[in-house]
Design a protein around this ligand. Structure first.
Ligand code: ADP
Length: 278
């Protein structure tokens, strides 16, 4: 079994980005919008800020209380769109229920859409592949780069994805399909999940359920990508995969933490720099 070391690869990308940023006339700046008190969201935004600094990217965090009106957020997005100092914008999800997340995402200028969530970017990415779109969804892009780094073959493989969210499941399915994998997407309504996971050569798990995948559900030699972030006892972080048992059967596996998480942030910064270059 080999560990897919996302932390190490993310550090490498941060170094590449910092060299690139040093040559740019204008420093890229990422605006981050955080609404409410979700503790995980606060941690993520804090981490993004630290890595921005490491890469030489500027960052601005706009924090709002839970009860902030939708209009206030839309107004802020409008002014960030116009600001010549801001290269990229990301809105930390989830947003409070009274705010229409789709409306907020669509308000972002597609030329500043760091998460590739705007329908124009997402559509372009889906229809034409990520080579034709300036940005790509950060988590899936990070996963693909990780697979490439460890020379995991994708073509002709059975890729099984658990979860169908717009930020992970759907776009990673697309990227694996573009690379000639045979892709199956499982979700909450899938009957007999095990019958699918057992056929996986590459298994991507993004369901948000601790221990969803156990050793009996995978075949020997499987490549496991664990996107889950779950808080267990003592606030320790666990993925969706029972690492201890599954890693014994896997040929490659991502740890949690230190796998997909750091790569996601590195790719968000990658998108930021690409948008700033345009
Ligand atoms: P993320 O943003 O990390 O992808 P979401 O919370 O948006 O996660 O989505 C979770 C996804 O996981 C959904 O698509 C849901 O259908 C799937 N899912 C949740 N629980 C299970 C389960 N027990 N079996 C299979 N799929 C599941």
């Amino acid at each position: 079994m080999k560990i897919l070391n996302g932390k190490k690869l993310a550090d490498k990308y941060i170094r590449i980005l910092s060299r690139q940023v040093a040559t740019m006339k204008k420093r890229p700046v990422l605006a981050m919008v955080l609404v409410g008190n979700n503790p995980a969201s606060k941690i993520y935004v804090g981490r993004k800020k630290i890595l921005c600094e490491k890469a030489g990217i500027g960052s601005q965090i706009f924090t709002f209380p839970e009860k902030t009106s939708e209009k206030k957020i839309l107004d802020l997005i409008g002014s960030l769109n116009k600001s010549r100092n801001i290269s990229a914008i990301m809105v930390q999800l989830p947003l409070p229920k009274h705010i229409d997340k789709d409306k907020v995402i669509e308000a972002i200028d597609p030329r500043k859409d760091a998460d590739c969530l705007h329908p124009l970017n997402f559509g372009r990415f889906t229809q034409e592949g990520e080579k034709y779109s300036v940005v790509a969804p950060a988590t899936p892009l990070g996963i693909i780069r990780l697979l490439e780094e460890y020379k995991v073959k994708i073509e002709g493989k059975n890729a099984v994805i658990i979860g169908r969210s717009n930020i992970v499941g759907k776009p990673i399915a697309q990227m694996l399909l573009n690379r000639n994998a045979t892709v199956t997407i499982c979700h909450r309504h899938t009957k007999n999940l095990k019958s699918y996971t057992q056929k996986a050569d590459i298994l991507v798990v993004a369901a948000g359920k601790m221990n969803l995948i156990t050793a009996d559900m995978v075949q020997k030699g499987v490549v496991v990508i664990d996107v889950g972030v779950n808080r267990g006892e003592n606030k320790k972080v666990f993925g969706d995969v029972d690492f201890k048992s599954v890693s014994k059967k896997a040929s490659f596996i991502t740890p949690v933490p230190g796998g997909v998480g750091p790569m996601t942030i590195a790719m968000l910064l990658w998108n930021t720099v690409k948008l700033a270059e345009k």
